[in-house]
Write a protein that binds this ligand. Structure first.
Ligand code: BTN
Length: 255
């Protein structure tokens, strides 16, 4: 279960790093949550920084031990966490979507980000297993100013101020629900619901990869989490890794 133990720290470099350090000393258990008021070196995907105004947003990491997931199934963890964030946000508004692989957007502005860091172990007959995972989550809640970033927050969307602690408990509920789906191997359900909440799924849109622009429709993700796009001109299915693709439609990266 997630959230049996929740530790709040006023300031950390990064909640993910803090857990990694505790984990290397064997001082953290499955489901433990570390929450911070602010981070001095918050980490985003692709070696980017994650900036968040102090005390305004949810900044946390969760330790998942013995996830019992083979490495080939690792993308289901991404799907489960993304869906937990969508379930959580749907309590407060609508039109939240997952921007592949795991950004959460509202009308094309980013409201939350996920950074999953895993340790792999070699299991039975050379099947690699995820030993443990650090799931870092940043959700913009009460922050109103994002400078040049194309980002938003619950407050900007709903015009309300929120108590972070109340929200945390709601988030832990949705995380427990989705991680349970993962642990009980409900991969088909996770994939189906992930696609139904995926931004631009089955919609024609513009993309860029390796400097070349094209038009296509997202038609799914493969079992490794690669995005599958049906390119309009060639009518061919192209597949992309996280770093290989730029969304050109109605979205500017905020890193
Ligand atoms: C991204 O969208 O680039 C991922 C952002 C993840 C940010 C969270 S905040 C809590 C946790 N600690 C970190 O250093 N990063 C994650």
């Amino acid at each position: 279960m997630i959230g049996r133990k929740i530790v709040y720290k006023d300031t950390l470099d990064s909640t993910n790093n803090y857990i990694a350090n505790l984990s290397s000393k064997g001082e953290i258990k499955h489901g433990d949550v570390i929450l911070a008021g602010k981070q001095t070196a918050g980490k985003g995907q692709r070696e980017a920084k994650w900036d968040s105004e102090p005390y305004k947003n949810l900044i946390l990491s969760i330790f998942l031990d013995h996830v019992n997931l083979s490495v080939t199934h690792h993308f289901y963890l991404t799907q489960a966490v993304s869906l937990a964030l969508i379930d959580f946000l749907k309590n407060y508004g609508s039109d939240f979507k997952i921007k592949w692989p795991n950004d959460i957007v509202h009308n094309a502005s980013k409201i939350a980000g996920i950074l999953i860091e895993t340790q792999i172990e070699n299991g039975i007959s050379d099947h690699y297993h995820i030993r443990n995972s650090i799931v870092g989550i940043g959700i913009n809640i009460n922050q109103e100013n994002f400078n040049e970033y194309n980002a938003t927050s619950l407050k900007l969307i709903t015009q309300k101020e929120y108590q972070l602690q109340d929200l945390l408990f709601k988030l832990i509920e949705t995380l427990n629900f989705r991680i349970n789906q993962l642990e009980t191997l409900q991969f088909k359900t996770l994939n189906k619901e992930y696609l139904s909440d995926l931004w631009l799924y089955e919609q024609e849109s513009r993309y860029q990869s390796k400097g070349i622009e094209f038009v296509g429709k997202i038609i799914g993700v493969d079992e490794n989490g690669k995005l599958l796009i049906l390119e309009k001109e060639s009518n061919k299915i192209l597949s992309f890794e996280n770093k290989e693709l730029l969304f050109l439609e109605r979205f500017t990266h905020n890193y």
